[in-house]
Design a protein around this ligand. Structure first.
Ligand SMILES: C[S@@+](CC[C@H](N)C(=O)[O-])C[C@H]1O[C@@H](n2cnc3c(N)ncnc32)[C@H](O)[C@@H]1O
Length: 243
């Protein structure tokens, strides 16, 4: 749906610009044509109430297509790009959580939390390339670490990174299929859209006394036991919830 709306904005903007170009020769030049098409696409995006981060995408879309045409890149390059991006961003097209990575400082803070909790089992929901799960597994060999990741390429990378770690498992599956009741600590770095459903499953399945750590996005209607401000580039905030 999100993608269809974006496509509608671009197509309508292109049609309007083409009709302008029919009457006004100035728009036969590439730069005025691209400028006005991008502008119309942004207006369409605002009218369709797309989130603001779509604006730079709409502004850059047709100019990027134009630049790529002038570069005369081979057709396989585009196919390869689509395949690689699909393998990385998998569910993002449906408005799912995209891949972005936690910092080493976050991994360190999670390691300390696991030590404080005397945890023996830990899950990273949507583990990406293992930016948190792998350093934790390396530093705490006695803790059983499970990394849940649906997107094929990030999962493959975390599987490869954790190949030699006997306490690390990477599952290429939807984490909603996991039994949250078997973990002492669960970590998630997802999105404001995903966190309400995840926190409901956490509340109904995790054992009393266990800990849920949500990076960057607070769980709705749930008072965190503590909040940690991490001194990393993104100034990450960890919301820690006691079950
Ligand atoms: C923001 S990244 C976080 C990566 C990693 N946890 C970190 O902190 O660096 C979120 C990841 O969650 C994955 N993801 C989103 N929903 C998922 C689901 N239902 N099951 C498994 N993985 C999921 C996405 O593919 C993406 O790689």
């Amino acid at each position: 749906m999100t993608l269809l709306r974006a496509l509608a904005c671009q197509t309508l903007a292109l049609l309007v610009t083409l009709s302008f170009a029919y009457w006004l020769p100035i728009f036969h030049q590439p730069i005025p044509f691209l400028l006005i098409q991008s502008g119309f696409a942004v207006v369409g995006s605002m009218l369709l109430r797309q989130p603001t981060w779509w604006i730079p995408i709409h502004l850059l879309f047709l100019p990027s297509v134009f630049i790529c045409f002038t570069l005369a890149l081979p057709a396989w390059f585009y196919l390869l790009t689509v395949i690689v991006l699909t393998l990385i961003f998998w569910g993002t097209i449906r408005g799912d959580v995209p891949l972005f990575l936690s910092s080493p400082e976050v991994a360190q803070a999670v390691t300390l939390l696991l030590q404080q909790e005397r945890a023996t089992t830990f899950a990273d929901l949507g583990a990406g390339v293992g930016s948190v799960a792998i350093p934790v597994a390396e530093q705490l060999p006695a803790v059983k670490i499970e990394a849940w990741e649906r997107a094929p390429l990030p999962w493959l990378i975390s599987e490869w990174r954790g190949w030699c770690l006997s306490n690390f498992t990477a599952s290429r599956r939807n984490f909603f299929a996991a039994d949250f009741g078997k973990y002492d600590v669960i970590f998630a770095f997802l999105s404001p859209l995903a966190i309400p459903e995840v926190s409901e499953k956490i509340k109904s399945e995790m054992q009393p006394g266990t800990l849920f750590v949500s990076s960057s996005f607070p769980a709705p209607n749930w008072q965190p036991e503590s909040i940690q401000h991490i001194k990393d580039r993104r100034k990450t905030v960890l919301f820690c919830y006691r079950i």
